[in-house]
Design a protein. Structure first.
Lengths: 538, 292, 337
């Protein structure tokens, strides 16, 4: 079995649950003073804050193959390594697409069984060694077996990673996997480390002071605390990056981060999720607020493999008792749309309405509970501010329908144990990603193989596999619509509002993903650090 | 938990005051006022929630979230989940007071006994007990509480156990110091000369005489226990929401402090009034008992 | 307890450092060893109770039992507890606190850098709390139940009932956001700028110090009032015509210092514990931050090292308290304290 579902995935999931707000109707929203007075300027330093519970934690270091929290550390990883591919979008988040970055082009052949990735010419790592096909193949081989949810779910054929000349890497799959490129920007195969530096320093030291070919190089790295980077003069893009120095600082929560930004000790914060603070930041207008287009809706996972949710009536009762519209209204000011499937409006293959989706119907819920002779359930989630509020609201709604609800808040590690035990009943989580086939996508919550799935449905699995294999967007749309309808018909898991976190920036700071919108490919949007610039201080 | 002997340096009362004179203490305004205030807090938290018309502290509708103070039916407004803040303060107080009381009682029972025994018997037993307690005191208390709470999982009972773990050495130290001072009193020697058994001396002479100091300490420590319960909540342990306690209300509210300050202010006010009453009562009792 | 205190004696420190006081302090120092050992054993035991192992954390949720077992063997986690403890202890006495289970980094150098931050933070908090508590308590005790005493009581009780993290956020809102006097987050090393260093630690130190200041003030004020009202030597001093301030400072304070020193020593654990929370809020790269991260990632080697360092600090502080007793009063009876 390909090692794909790992504990750090839960870290991702945790942050997804944490991510309690953001995203207007479908394209996200921009507020505050974010219009530059002139063209980008070079120079200056920037401190960006990251929540210690998510992106601000990198306990295992920053080597793509050993970083178990790579999915959370996309921002640091792309600052150091750049990336073969990255997700780009118009300033308003529209027309998002994964485009080659350090790669130059890709070619998909054999109906998606062979993928050829060609690199740009003349790339070097910041230690001066060549960034060639051999280096990429070396990294791919290390990364596919890494203990991280960010390691790719490639259905590799025997010896499936090869080179063809100095600039081309060839991947061969045993079955079609056309989603490979869209999944790249959140997987560790996207980040190419210098094999020479790795060998010279040894794995442990390399994880602390990694060497890549990205816009910045490492000056100092205090794990999960502070990462200081400086401009890489050999970066392949002429005149980039703009900033001379970039510092990532871990901080204990949204409130201190918001205050630090106002006080001027930092210039950016990624991943604000606390709703009242978001409102305050917007109304004060002192910072630019980019609420990213939502890609991941809440989902109440039901464990269909065990009582009481092995009974479809119990699942339908939950659907009928749940009123996510009220939660979206009450807790989030009606700002975010309620989804009926596993993607949000900012993601690919989203449909506003799913045929056959049964919504809030308290009478039906009470009738079903009566039919079942009562219903007792246990509902869990990860301990975070927003998730607990949503969980509390769900508990109240379900109890109004006559369901007895016990709630449980888990730590990451105890949540894993609970999933592994198979005894769990229902979990408030988030599902989906920009491309459903990538990252903590729909498979994570619904595929029979996933340890974090409550569903084992061969029909659904077949739909997912076909959708990931197809190169035809129209066909994929059809397959994902069918999957959504199947989930609704079987009442596998009711979906809630879709949201994405917000990025804050101080006045005079501009950059794609920071003061423009880019759909979050998993949790936070991928900020393009090489394009971030700062107006000179007076 | 903070460890201190607030009674250090005060002379030991010559003999035990009879029970009746304890109530006579209430005649003094510096005892009666804080005692009355504390009683008021306790009554408000235990009896008022039982009255009809008081909304439930949990199970509110999200559609009523973030109502401002003075909204119809919600004197202090509502929290993000649409629950009445006043009701949560009252119910939360019950939880906080229960934690403070239980932690103190456990500390008093175990720590007080160990300390009195250690001080009275002396010798190797004293050394062993005190060194073990030194180990506990040498620990950064929050750290071990964190570890204990993590291994046991968050719940009210486990919060009490984790906090009690640290009130024990504090009570023990105070009991021991008080017992040592007591041992020098003539009536103790007299009791020993009369051939009274050690157990009887401990129960009849030591316990009642060191009780005032331990009670005083418990009064002063009660507030600290309630604040530390909030610190645990801040770190994701403590009393698990949605059930309210003052500590977890403060810890939840601080996450959006600048935007929703009142979510923090109200439980802080409740805590302040309680800590004030406890402190004043503790200090007045100490003064009265030490004959000042 | 009512030691009469005479005038200045130039040889007091010398006397204190001579026997028998020095011997008593030496004995206390020896006693510190089993205390630290006990604390480390206790940590080892408590950590073994926490569910979820580092191996699983590293390997991910779908790691097979064999994979976990293999990694545990590589990390030495498959050995019985006492064996692991002794192995750890063997390294610890030579200054090698092991390698982080999660990152593979040697713990000792990481700890050193972090200790510098936390040490300075704790030191500043300690100085602020005590430096303010003594004059405030003196002023309050000078005229008990008058205006200043009443105000100081209200302030103290406010401080005792406000959680330090709320105080920290409020301090930042006022002194860093509203008036940009101090930075809201971050640490400036002393080597970079002394002023910047002090500025960067002021708010976190105050947030930790304030509740302790309140506690010390309440304690010292109470003790001073007791001394002033009841003790014979005070009456004597007054009868000799010594002014009330002099009596308070020279006589009562000197005597009350004993109790205060004990309280301060015993509260060091609280002081250190507060760093765990405060370093989170101020993004300080200290031991508290490291400890919390290590607990969350189940990096028990790091947790163990942090707790032992904390315990050593607490024990050392209590030793210093003992030494201070000796300096203040060479005749102090150690056995009974």
């Amino acid at each position: 079995m390909r090692r794909r579902h790992h504990l750090p995935a839960l870290l991702l999931a945790a942050a997804l649950v944490l991510a309690g707000c953001g995203g207007a109707a479908d394209g996200g929203a921009l507020d505050g003073p974010a219009t530059p007075s002139g063209p980008p300027q070079s120079g200056g330093e920037l401190t960006v804050l990251e929540d210690g519970a998510f992106a601000g934690g990198w306990p295992t270091g920053l080597d793509p193959a050993t970083n178990t929290t790579g999915g959370a550390n996309v921002t640091q990883m792309s600052a150091i390594y750049g990336g073969l591919f990255r997700l780009e979008a118009d300033d308003d988040g529209a027309n998002a697409a994964v485009v080659p970055h350090q790669a130059e082009s890709t070619e998909i052949a054999d109906e998606g069984r062979t993928v050829r990735i060609t690199l740009r010419e003349g790339l070097t790592f910041s230690d001066g060694t060549p960034f060639d096909a051999e280096a990429v193949a070396f990294n791919f081989r290390r990364a596919v077996d890494a203990p991280c949810t960010c390691s790719p779910n490639w259905p590799l054929a025997q010896d499936g990673i090869a080179t063809d000349g100095p600039r081309t890497v060839v991947l061969r799959f045993e079955r079609p996997y056309a989603a490979v490129i869209n999944a790249m920007p959140v997987t560790n195969v996207n980040w190419i480390a210098s094999p020479t530096a790795l060998q010279e320093k040894g794995e442990d030291a390399f994880a602390i002071e990694p060497v890549g070919a990205g816009p910045f190089t490492v000056v100092s790295n205090q794990l999960s605390s502070e990462l200081v980077l400086e401009r890489n003069p050999d970066y392949f893009k002429e005149g980039r990056p703009y900033l001379d120095r970039l510092t990532f600082q871990s901080i204990g929560g949204d409130q201190p981060a918001y205050q630090a930004l106002l006080a001027g000790q930092a210039q950016a914060y990624e991943g604000l999720t606390t709703t009242p603070l978001l409102d305050q930041a917007r109304s004060q207008g002192r910072l630019s607020v980019a609420v990213q287009p939502a890609t991941s809706p809440y989902v109440v996972q039901l464990n269909t493999k065990a009582a009481p949710f092995d009974d479809p009536r119990a699942r339908e009762a939950i659907y009928a008792a749940t009123d996510f519209d009220a939660i979206a209204q009450g807790l989030f000011g009606g700002e975010f749309p309620v989804s009926q499937s596993f993607t949000g409006p900012g993601g690919l293959f989203h449909s506003d309405a799913v045929p056959g989706y049964t919504g809030h119907d308290p009478e039906r819920a009470r009738a079903l509970v009566g039919e079942l002779g009562g219903l007792e359930v246990e509902l869990g989630t990860l301990g975070s501010y927003v998730a607990q509020q949503v969980m509390t609201a769900l508990q109240t709604q379900w109890q109004e329908a006559g369901i007895t609800v016990r709630t449980e808040t888990y730590e990451l590690s105890t949540l894993v144990q609970e999933f592994n035990s198979g005894n769990w009943q229902s979990m408030l989580q988030t599902a989906g990603s920009w491309d459903p086939a990538s990252g903590v996508g729909v498979n994570f919550r619904f595929n029979a193989d996933s340890p974090f799935s409550g569903v084992a449905d061969p029909e659904l699995d077949a739909l997912f596999d076909q959708a990931a294999a197809s190169v035809d967007p129209a066909e994929r749309q059809e397959l994902y619509d069918a999957a959504g309808a199947r989930i609704a018909e079987q009442h596998y898991a009711p979906f809630g509002l879709a949201f994405a976190p917000a990025n804050l920036a101080a006045p005079g700071v501009y950059g794609p993903g920071l003061t423009t919108l880019i759909p979050p490919i998993v949790v936070n949007s991928g900020v393009h650090w090489d394009e971030v610039w700062r107006e000179p201080q007076q | 938990m903070a460890v201190a002997d607030p009674t250090a340096g005060t002379p030991v009362p010559a003999a035990v005051a009879p029970a009746a004179s304890r109530f006579r203490l209430l005649r003094y305004p510096d005892v009666a006022v804080p005692a009355g205030l504390l009683l008021l807090v306790v009554l408000a938290c235990t009896a008022v929630p039982l009255l009809p018309g008081i909304p439930a502290p949990i199970g509110g509708s999200v559609l009523d979230s973030y109502l401002p103070a003075g909204s119809p039916g919600h004197l202090l407004g509502t929290d993000p989940n649409g629950n009445d803040i006043l009701s949560r303060i009252l119910h939360g107080g019950r939880s906080s007071l229960l934690v403070a009381l239980s932690v103190n009682l456990i500390g008093l029972a175990i720590g007080g006994t160990l300390g009195a025994l250690s001080g009275y018997v002396g010798g190797p037993l004293d050394t062993v007990i005190m060194r073990v307690l030194d180990v506990l005191i040498a620990f950064p208390s929050l750290v071990l509480t964190l570890a204990v709470a993590q291994s046991l999982g968050p719940s009210r009972l486990n919060t009490i156990l984790a906090l009690a773990f640290f009130s024990i050495p504090a009570f023990a130290r105070i009991a021991r110091a008080a017992t040592l001072r007591l041992r020098e009193q003539p009536f103790m020697a007299a009791a020993q000369l009369c051939g009274t058994s050690g157990r009887r001396i401990l129960a009849r002479h030591v316990a009642p005489n060191i009780a005032p100091q331990l009670i005083t300490f418990g009064m002063l420590g009660a507030g600290i226990v309630m604040v530390i319960e909030g610190a645990l909540s801040f770190l994701g342990l403590g009393i698990p929401p949605p059930a309210p306690s003052w500590g977890n209300m403060i810890a939840q509210g601080q996450q959006s402090l600048s935007a929703t300050p009142m979510l923090v202010v109200w439980p802080c006010v409740a805590l302040f009034v309680t800590v004030l009453a406890c402190n004043l009562l503790g200090e007045s009792l100490r003064d009265r008992w030490s004959g000042r | 307890m009512t030691a009469a205190v005479g005038g200045r004696e130039p040889g007091r420190l010398a006397t204190a450092l001579g026997s028998p006081a020095l011997r008593m302090v030496g004995k206390r120092a020896l006693m510190a060893i089993p205390i630290v050992l006990g604390a480390s054993i206790l940590t080892f035991w408590v950590l073994s109770l926490i569910p979820g192992g580092a191996a699983q954390q590293l390997l991910g949720a779908d790691a097979t039992a064999e994979q976990i077992a293999a990694l545990e063997q590589r990390l030495g986690l498959d050995q019985p507890g006492p064996v692991r403890y002794l192995q750890w202890l063997g390294g610890a006495v030579t200054g090698d606190l092991g390698n982080s289970v999660v990152s593979g980094q040697p713990v000792t150098p990481v700890l050193g850098a972090r200790l510098a931050v936390t040490g300075q933070l704790v030191g500043m908090a300690f100085l602020i709390s005590l430096g303010l508590a003594v004059p405030v308590a003196l002023l309050a005790a000078h005229r008990p139940n008058h205006l200043f005493d009443r105000i100081s009581m209200l302030v103290s009780i406010t401080g005792l009932s406000v959680a330090n993290y709320v105080l920290a956020l409020l301090l930042v809102l006022v002194l860093a956001v509203q008036f940009t006097v101090f930075p809201a987050i971050g640490f400036v090393p002393m080597s970079e700028s002394v002023a910047g260093n002090l500025q960067s630690l002021t708010l976190p130190a105050v947030a930790i110090a304030f509740p302790l200041f309140c506690f010390y003030t309440r304690f010292l004020r109470g003790d001073l009032v007791d001394q002033m009202q009841g003790e014979d030597y005070i009456t004597t001093a007054r009868a000799k015509g010594i002014g009330p301030w002099q009596v308070l400072v020279r006589h009562a304070l000197r005597n009350s210092a004993f109790g205060l020193i004990t309280v301060v020593g015993l509260n060091l654990g609280t002081l250190i514990g507060a760093t765990v929370i405060i370093e989170q809020i101020f993004a300080l790269p200290g031991l508290g931050q490291l400890l919390l991260q290590a607990i969350n990632t189940r990096d028990f080697v790091v947790v163990q090292a942090c707790v032992v360092v904390f315990a050593v600090i607490a024990v050392l502080a209590n030793l210093v308290a003992d030494l201070l007793y000796a300096v203040l009063d060479p005749r102090i009876r150690y056995g009974s304290r």
